[in-house]
Write a protein of this length. Structure first.
Length: 365
């Protein structure tokens, strides 16, 4: 059965926290219109964690900024609907969205140094939104700030209130950002690459902290990353973006066990395995992401896909439901299909014979 885009990735879950239907966000540029988000639909339930993954330029940040109403100047939502707790927010505009930020939705970014004010003490930076949004006086806002620092596991919380950002480590600064984001008790927290600037041990601690806080507060978490490995253990569902489109979405366990889209498969192959020798280089996906001013007319992954056939180049595959509930994908010849298996065998034989495989996935970075 073929469903249209907006039907396929949304489901009737009763009362979703977030519901996107066919959202299109464009940028006007001298080169033409950049279709940064091109018809994305999905729903997210309250308290759940969604990972949005995809390569650089796939539209992850612009999608989350579209939901938050925080688009850069030349960007605008051209069509579609974004509902938050049943209320249409896609057309609210920045001024009205100010009431939503902090209290209902909050966002943390990759580099806390660019978001924290270097000249303002930590305590004041956390207290500010409490005073503005919750009307607290200075004393109770600072007391709440101290409790929030304890919540995000910052030692010596009281002393930190009077420190400046540069006096803290990168991991501590990211914890402060999380404290600020949590201050007004948001229903949804957007975290855009929150750990890429941190070393691996601190990354794991921050992801654990986000998960703990999400569960404690029954908050939804939207975790944006280019790394499927980061979301594997910390999300309920994963949405895979490619070329501005949602190309696969499924409950996390289903996606890892039964991915359908060759692009998702390629992303997974690019994760280094624990058993790999330390000198093993990261696998990269061969070829370049599509130009979003002139995207391919058929499947956007066709120029890079080892399983591409004529139909893929001419017709855009619709988002189709898979067998498992909540699993949708966009591919004519999905992983495991007879056509996929035929090409896989042929490519493997060609590679074993030393021939050039038509399009390669998994070249060394
Ligand atoms: N201010 C802008 N003006 C024009 N195009 C933009 C602008 N910001 C983003 N884009 C384009 O929108 C597309 C999606 O960008 P986006 O930042 O969402 O990618 P991303 O998936 O978050 O990538 P990354 O992993 O590098 O952060 C890209 O093609 C990008 O070039
Ligand atoms: S539709 Fe075709 S080109 Fe696109 S991912 Fe599927 S097999 Fe590859
Ligand atoms: Mg981004």
């Amino acid at each position: 059965m073929s469903l249209n885009v907006s039907q396929a990735a949304t489901r009737d879950s009763g009362d979703p926290l977030l519901e996107l239907r066919d959202v299109k966000t464009h940028f006007r540029t001298p080169r033409g219109i950049v279709r940064a988000v091109d018809g994305v639909s999905f729903t997210l339930d309250r308290g759940k964690a969604l990972g949005i993954v995809g390569e650089s330029g796939s539209g992850k940040t612009i999608l989350s900024r579209s939901i938050m109403g925080l688009l850069p100047p030349k960007g605008a939502i051209r069509s579609g609907s974004i509902k938050f707790e049943g209320r249409e927010i896609g057309n609210l505009g920045r001024k009205k969205m100010r009431d939503v930020w902090g209290k209902e939705m909050a966002m943390i970014f990759q580099d806390p140094m660019t978001s924290l004010n270097p000249l303002m003490k930590i305590g004041k930076q956390i207290a500010e939104p409490l005073k503005i949004h919750l009307g607290m006086d200075n004393t109770s806002a600072l007391a709440t700030a101290e409790r929030l620092l304890q919540d995000v596991r910052i030692p010596e919380a009281h002393r930190r209130l009077s420190q400046y950002p540069h006096e803290l480590s990168g991991g501590m600064r990211q914890r402060v950002m999380i404290a600020i984001a949590l201050a007004c008790g948001p229903t949804a927290l957007f975290a855009d690459e929150p750990t890429t600037a941190l070393d691996v041990t601190v990354q794991a601690q921050i992801l654990d902290l986000l998960e703990e806080q999400r569960k404690d507060r029954n908050m939804s978490l939207i975790l944006v990353t280019h790394d499927l490995g980061v979301v594997a253990g910390h999300t309920d569902e994963i949405a895979v973006m490619y070329g501005g489109q949602l190309v696969e979405m499924a409950p996390t366990r289903v996606l890892f066990a039964n991915m359908k889209m060759p692009y998702t498969e390629a992303l997974l192959q690019s994760i280094p395995k624990i058993e790999d020798p330390s000198h093993t280089r990261l696998m990269a996906i061969g070829g370049r992401p599509p130009d979003l001013v002139n995207p391919p007319r058929g499947c956007r992954f066709a120029p890079r896909c080892p399983y591409v056939r004529e139909k893929c180049e001419n017709e855009m595959p619709p988002l189709e439901p898979a067998e498992s509930p909540g699993h949708v994908y966009r591919c004519w010849y999905p992983v495991g299909s007879p056509e996929y298996l035929e090409f896989k065998e042929r490519n493997e034989q060609a590679a074993a014979a030393g021939a050039d495989v038509p399009v390669a996935i998994g070249g060394a970075a």
